[in-house]
Design a protein around this ligand. Structure first.
Ligand code: 6R9
Length: 656
């Protein structure tokens, strides 16, 4: 530990740059691409790729996308709507599966490990067969092109199988994270008006069985769901409703299923993400552009080669899992590791055992996980042979230099470049990230991916590029995996992403760009928390609290947290006649976990007689947060009730 601290201290002082090993550069996919196109330098690559139509059509070829019918035009940009690969006939399942079942029939697509230790290995042929059988099951239950199917499955192979089966027949999947509550599931089913739900009886997490099906039963009557398919993972026999509920095994159809020929711009999936209001946004992604964008980034950034073993530790319920466990690795014909359970079960060495057991070569995780392992101590990774690793990556939030150095030293043995990838559910693909040829500065996501035109603007829309001054992170040109809209919320799409500056995508993040063009992401501007790399709207947690019978009002704010990045703190006003108590604090935490999911459970709850508000009645979260952190709340004289600031201060400092 002492040694680590010294390394960190020297690193922080030096602001060191880490140059990529020559061997990595020489053998990289991106270097080969540059040589083939007579591109001598990284800067030249970035410059040339700003001709986005040239670059993305080259990339479609580079990652071997096979269209049923070719496109007639690369891009059609009618701001704020982009279409890519115009008139191409396509289905992502062709590249992810149908083609692979021929090219790489006996190669492993997934090496899966369940939390109790069970192992399943699926070749491309196995996966192909399972997807076809399940796709026929969906058809038999009346699912057609354009229908929405909600998937509430844990990290088992049936999750990618279900997603691919939907895509294969042209249905739109909407995956809901298995850690979310049934209430969150209800909102998402209703918004998408899904006809079918695919779930499991339960799954293993932290040594326990977490039920899914029996919980879904509590909300299904309020939905448009006509049929439910249930996978038997834990043998707990949930109640099954005659006529509506079907066991996975019982509905499987024949092994032969034609892939639906789609337009490249048809919708592939909806994935809900948190915004500034309580209602989640249904981000829409389309077959063609998403395939090109996700496969290109995995190919160049993580440099996937035929014999790599790729492990992205995210849950498929988030965009990271959609793009980099399901679609991109399959399009590249890679072998992926997939793990069901908690990272520290049954011991804090579980992940390192997995890397050792399968000889993982490229590993992608989140800073919050690294900080957790850092706390547990380096003895766990040190007892394992991690020498197969050649590249590491992170995503989800800024990585602090301490965690960066620990990851570099104890997981990468100072041999592996760390790819700090900035992107969003909306961008679909990694957007700002090093390539194997990029010199690294710990804490910086380095430079935009070729073809991505990122910048930092001041409020008037002037570029702050190179000035090292904080501003709004924006993207100035369209990119292939960009969102195509929000599900049945056109106005919200325009207001959220396209209203700050004309025809420019507003990311909602703050950033600065230094004199060498390196991007330093500073975090979100809007009222969205980032807890362990998960986006949670402050107002989502507030709505959950206010839905409890004891609560009249709530303000939810984030507080810096060593492991989680942000911890959730709630200031709560109780209804008159209700007495504060420790028991009530516990009840409220439970209530939020039930309404949204455990990840949104507040870490701290304080009762206050009133909350600071503007004269128009808007609760001033910013003031609550400043006061809680002991900072100057700014001018509070315009508040309707300045005395409430003191209530918050006293509560947060434990005076009441
Ligand atoms: C992929 C994903 C998106 C938000 C994004 C930003 C934060 C993601 C980051 C990062 C700093 C990185 N974020 N990666 N911040 N450095 N490398 O996480 O998507 O769940 O939609 O979250 O996460 O604030 O705007 P999503």
């Amino acid at each position: 530990m002492k040694e680590t601290q010294e390394t960190i201290a020297s690193l922080l002082q030096e602001g060191r740059t880490f140059y990529p090993p020559e061997e990595l550069v020489e053998n990289s996919n991106v270097k080969r691409f540059m040589d083939e196109h007579d591109i001598p330098t990284y800067d030249e690559l970035l410059r040339k790729a700003q001709n986005i139509e040239w670059f993305w059509s080259e990339m479609a070829r580079e990652v071997s996308i096979e269209w049923y019918e070719p496109y007639t035009q690369v891009l059609e940009w009618n701001p704020p709507y982009a279409k890519w690969f115009i008139n191409a006939k396509y289905n992502i399942v062709h590249d992810a599966l149908d083609k692979q079942a021929k090219l790489r029939k006996n190669k492993l697509a997934y090496i899966w490990e369940g939390e109790p230790g069970d192992i399943r290995k699926l070749t491309y042929h196995d996966l192909y067969r399972e997807v076809n059988r399940f796709a026929n099951a969906l058809k038999d239950l009346g699912i057609r092109k354009g229908d929405r199917v909600t998937i509430w499955l844990p990290m088992i192979p049936e999750l990618p199988i279900a997603m691919l089966a939907c895509a294969k027949i042209g249905a739109i999947h909407s995956v809901v994270f298995s850690g979310f509550s049934e209430k969150a599931l209800l909102d998402r089913i209703q918004d998408a008006e899904a006809k079918l739900l695919i779930t499991a009886d339960g799954f293993y997490r932290g040594g326990k069985v977490i039920e899914l099906k029996s919980r879904a039963d509590q909300i299904l009557d309020q939905t448009t769901i006509e049929n439910v398919i249930v996978y038997d993972r834990t043998n707990i026999n949930p109640p099954m409703k005659e006529g509506r509920d079907h066991w996975w095994q019982d509905v499987l159809g024949s092994r032969k299923c034609e892939t639906e020929i789609m337009d490249a711009n048809d919708t592939l999936f909806i994935l809900y993400t948190s915004g500034t209001t309580g209602k989640p946004k249904g981000v829409i992604h389309a077959h063609g552009g998403y395939a090109v964008g996700t496969a290109s980034t995995l190919h160049f950034i993580f440099d996937i080669k035929e014999d790599d073993i790729w492990w992205c530790s995210a849950d498929i319920g988030w965009i990271t899992g959609h793009s980099y466990i399901v679609y991109a690795p399959l399009i590249l014909g890679a072998t992926s590791v997939m793990y069901e359970g908690a990272p520290t079960h049954p011991t804090p060495a579980r992940w390192w055992e997995i890397i050792e057991r399968y000889g993982v070569t490229v590993f992608y995780t989140a800073p919050t996980a690294i900080r957790m392992f850092m706390r547990l101590g380096e003895k766990y990774p040190q007892n394992h042979d991690l020498s197969t690793l050649r590249l590491l990556g992170t995503v989800g939030e800024p990585i602090n230099p301490e965690a960066w150095v620990w990851y570099y030293k104890y997981i990468g043995n100072e041999q592996c470049q760390i790819m700090d990838t900035w992107w969003q559910t909306e961008t679909g693909m990694q957007m700002i990230s090093p390539l194997p040829i990029t010199p690294l500065k710990p804490g910086s996501a380095t430079k935009p991916f070729p073809g991505i035109d990122a910048d930092v603007f001041d409020p008037e829309g002037n570029s702050l590029h190179g000035r090292n001054a904080g501003g709004y992170l924006v993207i100035k040109k369209p990119w292939p995996a960009m969102l195509r809209g929000l599900w049945r919320a056109e106005e919200r799409y325009i207001n959220t992403y396209w209203s700050a500056y004309p025809n420019i995508y507003f990311t909602g993040d703050a950033a600065r760009v230094d004199s060498e063009g390196y991007f330093w992401i500073q975090g979100r501007l809007d009222d969205v928390l980032n807890v362990s790399g998960h986006r949670i709207g402050n107002s989502e947690v507030e709505s959950a609290l206010v839905s409890h019978p004891a609560v009249s009002e709530a303000a939810v704010v984030g507080k810096p947290h060593e492991v989680k990045g942000e911890a959730i703190v709630a200031f709560v006003v109780l209804k008159s006649g209700i007495e504060p108590s420790e028991q009530l604090i516990d009840d409220l935490k439970q209530h939020v976990a039930k309404e949204i999911g455990k990840i949104a459970r507040p870490d701290e709850i304080y009762f206050v007689p009133d909350l600071p508000k503007t004269r128009s009645g808007k609760i001033m979260r910013r003031v609550c947060r400043a006061v809680m952190l002991g900072k100057d709340p700014g001018d509070i004289t315009t508040l309707a009730n300045p005395e409430a600031v003191d209530f918050v201060r006293k509560a947060a400092s434990g005076e009441v």
